[in-house]
Design a binder for this molecule. Structure first.
Ligand code: GLN
Length: 388
């Protein structure tokens, strides 16, 4: 019997699927996958339903995406980051940010080239780089503050480096990169003529005192950066799988060439709805941030209830809890213990590290707090068991 390709042989099941299955089996409160357990804004849903019923959105959308949505993306980048994006030639609507990152890699990186990945990284980046035939080069952020070391980053760049993938605000650490950190990355990209694939899907999930800086807005970076965004994260609609990539038309041409032969076009009715969502303006983002600021406080109580320690996340809806005070074992073992004996599911962050750096996260687990207040309160009640 024929079997699958060598290309996919190294890929296991994603950690999200693995933990969801275990959580279901043990009926655990699920703070694992970053999947909201409450609905997104009703008026955005209504816009989607209207698009479906109107009879205008049930056939293929234009390959690069609905123009109204591309205009929404371009306008948003102008308002928030002062970037001048051409809606026609500088934006591609993708089937979620994961496909946006994948199409970016496929469209911008050649086989044999090196791609720097800052760890912890979202789990799809490495398979993406490998499927492109390129080589991932890892630069870890270190606990407890999850910062990278300048010399380690500098050492990763060489004449074979084609791209760097970064993610700020960062999943799973909750870090928001500072201007100094981004400037260092930018300087190295410029010095070595490297492309930056910037995953900024949590751009609006930042908490007090923090500022999200788009690396494309730094001097000399626009022409070498593609930025990835997500309606799943920004508008709370992960099931719609609508994301986007924007940037300089030269780079977006590469993304487009790959994109058209990966999905051709993405879901049409939900693109209409996301175009509407982009018209909501500032009040939407402010309410969204207020909602998540409250949930962040609730998840800190979950962590505290179990006797773990954590640094408040600066952004995203994730937080890393340190369990070294209460459990003797690694993150995978503690995650299993928590699901089976406490009834709370989380993600072991070693899944977001290369084998040589997994140990950096072995005392941590990732909690997702894009969950209803009831879910978070239930989790806090269960976590008390850890103290008994
Ligand atoms: N981004 C989400 C997370 O980190 C989940 C995405 C996924 O399941 N692929 O939990």
């Amino acid at each position: 019997m024929p079997s699958y390709a060598q290309r996919v042989a190294p890929f296991g099941t994603t950690i999200f699927t693995e933990i969801n299955t275990l959580a279901q089996q043990y009926n655990a409160v699920n703070l694992g996958q970053g999947r909201p357990d409450f609905d997104g804004p009703q008026d955005i849903v209504d816009a989607g339903a209207e698009a479906l019923k109107s009879g205008t959105a049930n056939q293929y959308a234009p390959g690069p995406g609905l123009l109204s949505l591309r205009e929404g993306v371009a306008n948003h980048a102008g308002v928030f980051y002062n970037l001048d994006i051409d809606a026609n030639s500088g934006v591609i609507v993708t089937a979620g940010a994961t496909q946006g990152v994948f199409s970016s890699i496929m469209g911008l990186v050649d086989p044999g080239e090196e791609v720097i990945i800052i760890e912890p990284y979202f789990d799809s980046y490495v398979p993406g780089v490998m499927m492109a035939g390129a080589k991932p080069v890892f630069v870890p952020m270190h606990p407890p503050n999850w910062t990278f070391i300048e010399e380690e980053l500098r050492a990763a760049f060489n004449e074979n480096t084609r791209a760097i993938i970064l993610n700020t605000p960062n999943n799973p650490t909750g870090r928001v990169y500072t201007r100094e950190e981004l400037q260092l990355i930018a300087d190295l990209c410029i010095e070595h003529d490297v492309i930056c694939i910037s995953d900024e899907v949590y751009e609006h999930l930042i908490y007090e005192g923090q500022e999200h800086i788009a690396i494309a807005s730094l001097d000399g970076m626009f022409e070498r950066t593609v930025t990835v965004g997500s309606a799943g994260k920004t508008f709370g609609m992960t099931g719609w799988k609508i994301g986007w990539v924007y940037g300089h038309p030269e780079l977006i041409t590469g993304v487009w060439r790959a994109h058209q032969f990966i999905v051709f076009a993405t879901n049409h009715p939900t693109q209409s709805a996301v175009a509407y969502a982009f018209t909501l303006g500032n009040s939407y983002y402010e309410e969204y941030r207020a909602l998540y600021t409250r949930k962040r406080n609730l998840v800190m109580q979950v962590i505290d209830a179990g006797g773990l320690s954590a640094i408040q996340p600066q952004g995203t809806y994730f937080v890393m809890g340190d369990f070294s005070q209460i459990f003797d074992g690694n993150d995978v073992e503690f995650c299993k213990h928590l699901i089976e004996h406490v009834g709370v599911a989380t993600i072991p962050p070693s899944a977001f590290f290369s084998p040589e750096h997994k140990h950096l996260a072995e005392n941590h687990i990732r909690f997702a707090f894009c969950k209803s207040d009831e879910t978070l309160e239930k989790a806090a009640e269960k976590m008390v068991k850890l103290r008994q």
